[in-house]
Design a protein around this ligand. Structure first.
Ligand code: BTN
Length: 241
């Protein structure tokens, strides 16, 4: 297994895209700090030195680009299970693939495709976990947290990394070999932060109230809108009311 380790880097995802063709399947890129960490929806991802797990997994064989979402669910299930096993904290999956503890985000996942259209699509799964962060910029304080803040103790990043990667590999292998997402879906449902909750769905500029009924086998969120219509949501943002 190849692990590329940096003290500092712009973004492990950006770097992974540039080396994806040359490195073996399963290569892991991690850095103690990112100065240009990227999040979903074009956002920044704060990645201070020594406090978190900032890593990217390079996956070859990849899968058809429209299946990328499933790999994000695999990563979310692995991180959620890993955090629970190592820390005992009640980590939940907030669809599509954030991990929250006590309603605050401790982990985000950014899955990207490396390679041109019509070529082989390698996948880059970027995982950012706030482990030993003591504080957050004021604009994040209400929404973000760390394992240290929630568990009131420091955690060993290496132990978490080893656990999460071994769970991820098991799930990814059974998905590639047998097409099975059974265990992943079970975990995402069992530890869902949204199923059964009243939420607001944010789409483009508009917001809509809904109740979350479940998650489909494709990984879509099944919601009931206020007029009673049932809808399957495949992207975007959902917040708890
Ligand atoms: C999100 O918006 O929730 C996704 C955040 C993903 C952050 C991780 S940290 C490692 C990898 N490199 C990046 O630049 N982003 C991802």
């Amino acid at each position: 297994k190849e692990i590329k380790y940096f003290d500092t880097i712009d973004s492990t995802n950006t770097y992974s895209k540039t080396i994806a063709l040359e490195v073996p399947h399963g290569t892991i890129v991690m850095s103690d700090e990112q100065v240009g960490g990227r999040g979903r929806l074009g956002r920044n991802w704060s990645s201070p030195k020594g406090e978190g797990i900032w890593m990217s997994l390079i996956l070859k064989p990849g899968i058809p680009p429209n299946e990328g979402m499933k790999v994000s669910h695999i990563a979310a299930a692995a991180v959620c299970k890993g955090i629970r096993e190592i820390t005992g904290l009640e980590a939940l999956v907030k669809w599509p693939n954030d991990i929250v503890i006590n309603g605050k985000k401790v982990c985000g996942i950014l899955t990207e495709v490396a390679g041109e259209l019509n070529e082989i699509h390698y996948l880059i799964v970027g995982i950012g976990i706030n482990v030993n962060n003591i504080d957050f910029p004021t604009e994040l304080e209400e929404k973000a947290s760390s394992l240290l803040i929630e568990g009131k103790k420091k955690y060993d990043r290496k132990e978490l990394i080893v656990k999460i990667i071994s769970i991820f590999e098991k799930f990814y292998d059974s998905f590639i070999k047998e097409g099975s997402l059974e265990e992943v879906l079970r975990l995402c449902r069992q530890y869902s932060a949204l199923i059964g909750r009243e939420v607001v769905i944010i789409k483009g500029g508009s917001q809509e109230a809904a109740k979350v009924l479940g998650m489909t086998d494709e990984g879509f969120l099944e919601v009931e809108l206020s007029d009673g219509r049932i809808e399957h949501i495949f992207s975007g943002e959902v917040s708890v009311r």
